[in-house]
Design a protein around this ligand. Structure first.
Ligand code: SF4
Length: 395
C-alpha cells in the first residue's frame, strides 16, 4: 500500500485537491471554445466519464464570452489556462473554478511590470472570484531569466553540465521557477494553489517533481508529462513518470495528455484511471522499461489548433518515421503558433501547424513552410538527412 503524503487541501469548485481528497483526474476540452454547443457537450461528456476538472482554452475576449455561456450550461468544474495575456484572468474568473498561469508566460505582456506585480494581480482576481490557482511550469516555455542563468552555468562548468531535471543539477530552471512562485504566493498569504512541473521526458518529470515534493511538501502537485504524444507512446511515457511518483505518495491530481481527436479526450481519463489502478494494485510499470531511441512528441491539441488535420498528421508522421526507431533524434509535432515555435526549438525535426501551412524546423532553424499534403514527405526528407549525417559521424 502506498502511503500518501499530506499536503494542503484546496477547493476547486465542488472538488478538492490534496489533503485527504482522492487523486483528481483532469482533462482538457479540444473543441473550439467559441463553439459553445460542442464545448458544452464535450465538457459534460468528460465530466460524466470521470473528469473531476475540465480545462478550456481562452485566448480572447470572445472566448471569454463563450466561456460565460458554457458556464451556464454545465455544472462541471472548469479551469482555464492563461497564456501571455494574463489580463484575461478578470474576464474568465467569474466563470471558472481554477486558473492556471505559466510563470514563463508572465514576461511577455507589460514587460515593465514585474512578475510579482502580475502574480499579485492574479491573486486579487482569484480572491475576488473565489477560484484556485495553478502555477504551471512547462519545459517548453520557461522563464527566460532562469534559462539564461542555467545556460551560463553550463558554459562555466562544461564538464559537469547536466540537462534540466538531472538529479545532480544544482540549478534546475523549472524547479527554481516553481519554488520562486510558491515562495512568493506564500509570502503574500495566498495558499489556495497547486503546482505542476511538466516536461516531455518522463525521467525528468520524476526527478524534478520528487525534488519539489521534498522541498515544499505542503504544496499539492498536479502531475503530467507534457506533449506525451499519441496513445501508442503517450500512455507508456505517462505511466513511467506518474506511476513512479504516485507509488512514492507524490501527486494530488493528474492529467494524461494524449494526441487524440476532440471527441476522443475521454481516453485521457481512462489512461488516468489505469495509472491509479496500477499504483493501487502495486503493478506499476518497470521504470527501466526502455522507450524507443527515437523520441516522438506531440501536443495533446486543444481549442487553439487551427487545422483539424493536426492529430492525423501527428499520427501519420509517427508511423512513417518508424524506420528511424533506433536513432537518438527528437521529432516534435505541435498544433498551433502559441506554443509550437518555442516547443519545437530542441527537436531535430520540428513541425508546428498553422491554418493552411505547417512550419518545418531543424532545431531553432526554420526550414520552410509547407501545405498539409506535402509536409510528411518534407519532414521525412529532413529525417533521412539527419540519419545520413549521424551515420557519417558514427562510422
Ligand atoms: S501546442 Fe497549441 S494546440 Fe497544442 S496543446 Fe499547446 S496550445 Fe493547444
Amino acid at each position: 500500500m502506498t502511503t500518501r503524503r499530506t499536503t494542503r487541501k484546496i477547493q476547486v469548485g465542488t472538488a478538492f485537491i490534496g489533503g485527504d481528497a482522492p487523486i483528481l483526474i483532469q482533462t482538457m476540452a479540444a473543441t473550439k471554445t467559441r463553439d459553445v454547443e460542442a464545448t458544452v457537450l464535450t465538457v459534460n461528456h468528460l465530466a460524466q466519464s470521470g473528469a473531476g476538472l475540465v480545462r478550456i482554452a481562452v485566448d480572447t475576449r470572445n472566448d471569454a464570452k463563450a466561456l460565460a455561456e458554457i458556464r451556464k450550461r454545465t455544472t462541471a468544474n472548469l479551469s482555464v489556462d492563461l497564456q501571455e495575456n494574463f489580463r484575461l484572468a478578470e474576464l474568465v474568473a467569474p466563470n471558472v473554478d481554477k486558473i492556471r498561469y505559466n510563470p514563463g508566460h508572465l514576461h511577455h505582456l507589460e514587460p515593465n511590470l514585474s512578475w510579482q506585480k502580475k502574480v499579485e494581480y492574479l491573486v486579487d482576481v482569484a480572491k475576488e472570484f473565489d477560484v484556485a490557482l495553478r502555477v504551471g511550469v512547462n519545459c517548453g516555455s520557461l522563464d527566460p531569466a532562469k534559462l539564461e542563468k542555467y545556460h551560463a552555468q553550463l558554459e562555466q562548468n562544461d564538464d559537469t553540465a547536466s540537462p534540466p531535471g538531472d538529479a545532480a543539477a544544482i540549478f534546475d530552471p523549472s524547479l527554481e521557477s516553481a519554488l520562486e512562485h510558491v515562495d512568493f504566493l506564500d509570502s503574500i498569504g495566498f495558499t489556495r494553489y497547486c503546482v505542476s512541473i511538466k516536461d516531455s521526458d518522463p525521467e525528468t518529470v520524476v526527478i524534478v517533481n520528487r525534488r519539489f515534493a521534498a522541498l515544499r511538501p505542503q504544496v499539492p502537485l498536479h502531475l503530467g508529462v507534457t506533449e506525451a504524444g499519441t496513445p501508442l507512446r503517450g500512455i507508456l511515457k505517462s505511466r513511467l513518470a506518474l506511476e513512479m511518483l504516485l507509488a512514492e505518495g507524490i501527486g494530488e491530481t493528474l492529467r494524461v495528455s494524449l494526441t487524440v481527436e476532440a471527441d476522443q479526450k475521454a481516453q485521457e481519463i481512462e489512461a488516468g484511471r489505469l495509472i491509479l489502478a496500477n499504483v493501487a494494485a502495486g503493478t506499476v510499470v518497470d521504470p527501466a522499461t526502455p522507450l524507443p531511441k527515437l523520441n516522438i512528441v506531440s501536443c495533446p491539441s486543444c481549442a487553439r489548433v487551427q487545422n483539424d488535420r493536426f492529430v492525423e498528421l501527428a499520427r501519420t508522421l509517427e508511423k512513417a518515421a518508424e524506420f528511424a526507431q533506433d536513432y537518438p533524434f527528437k521529432i516534435a509535432t505541435m498544433g498551433c503558433r502559441v506554443n509550437g515555435p518555442g516547443e519545437t526549438d530542441d527537436a531535430d525535426v520540428g513541425l508546428w501547424c498553422g491554418a493552411d501551412r505547417v512550419n518545418l524546423k531543424s532545431g531553432s532553424t526554420l526550414i520552410g513552410s509547407y501545405g498539409y499534403d506535402e509536409i510528411i514527405e518534407k519532414a521525412l526528407e529532413l529525417l533521412r538527412e539527419k540519419i545520413r549525417e549521424y551515420d557519417e559521424q558514427n562510422k
